[in-house]
Design a protein around this ligand. Structure first.
Ligand code: NAP
Length: 285
């Protein structure tokens, strides 16, 4: 099984390295070609100049790009050259509708599709410990499990096309609430004049401990907001989640307030910072 990887951003580069380590990766493509050339030289594999070339030369195409329009543009290029019988796996976070549309476009080319968004951050991508939420044919997933295991610690099949992305929307709503709670609590701790490192260490070991506090607590309180997970990308995910919630009549006030906070930060030019930059909004002026 020869795999090709499209999208060597903060997440993709670690995932690609783990696939290469497990012996599956044959080729990479990145819109900014220099990133693909550097990784291909490091891993001793092919860097293609076009998505079409990559799709024509592998059995499994893995995608990790930014947003819905990007996934659909990539899929449109794959469709032009993909070998019948191939599988395309999209690990970007996009809407369920985009996943269903991508599956349909590829079905016409006898190519299977899985929506397989991930959680676990850049750290999880680098360590190969991501949690993967999959929609699509379970037999296709079972065929690819050994390959996907190179990037993940857990893989869950949620249902048909789009179900993986619906589960990821659940994750993103939860992540918004956790971000609100952690940034607000640490801004309060700072205003109390408490020793922040010790506050974070002791709370991380108790019932309120969580991944975000552990991995982003100390950096945010030192005003370091390098991504990580770009705030503008989480804003995109929460827009998707908000629309899904409206369609089924479920309120999501934490999502609404986080969207407004992120919009403020994006207007000030902080969209490419990590989501922990929400701390900027919470800090006592
Ligand atoms: P990123 O660092 O901004 O990287 C985005 C990648 O997508 C880059 O390689 C970019 O190419 C490529 N790209 C964007 N638009 C494209 C297009 N139209 N055609 C081809 N390539 C395109 O983002 P990331 O953090 O890796 O996130 C990627 C996806 O994973 C997003 O959907 C995000 O929501 C999701 N995600 C992120 C995290 C996280 O913690 N960062 C966690 C889970 C899921 P260039 O290099 O040319 O810009």
């Amino acid at each position: 099984m020869k795999a090709g990887f499209i999208g060597l951003g903060a997440m993709g580069v670690g995932m690609a390295r783990n696939l290469a380590k497990a012996g599956y990766l044959a080729a990479v493509y990145n819109r900014t070609g220099s990133k693909a050339e550097a990784l291909a030289a490091e891993l001793q594999l092919a860097a293609y100049d076009s998505i079409e070339q990559l799709a024509a030369n592998v059995d499994v195409v893995l995608i990790c790009v930014s947003a819905d329009k990007d996934v659909l543009a990539v899929v449109d290029a794959i469709v032009k050259a993909v070998k019948p019988g191939s599988v395309v796996v999209d690990m970007s976070t996009v809407s369920s509708e985009t996943a269903k549309l991508a599956a349909q476009k590829l079905k016409d080319k006898q190519t299977a599709f899985l929506d397989a968004p991930v959680s676990g951050g850049v750290e999880g991508a680098n360590k190969g410990t991501l949690a993967m939420m999959v929609g699509g044919d379970v037999a296709v997933l079972d065929h690819l499990r050994p390959l996907l295991a190179a990037m993940t610690a857990r893989i869950e099949h949620l249902g048909d096309h789009g179900a993986g992305q619906a589960c990821k929307a659940v994750n993103q709503i939860m992540a918004a609430g956790i971000n609100q709670a952690v940034t607000e609590a640490l801004a309060f701790a700072e205003a109390q004049g408490l020793p922040l490192e010790q506050v974070i260490d002791v709370i991380a070991g108790g019932a309120a401990g969580n991944w975000f506090l552990q991995h982003r607590g100390k950096t945010m309180t030192q005003n370091q907001f390098a991504p990580g997970f770009k705030l503008a990308l989480h804003h995109k995910d929460l827009k998707i989640a908000q629309q899904m919630a409206q369609r089924v009549g479920v309120g999501c006030p934490l999502t609404v307030v986080t969207l407004a906070d992120y919009a403020k930060l994006m207007a000030k030019g902080y969209g490419d910072e990590d989501i922990s930059a929400l701390y900027r909004v919470k800090q006592k002026r």
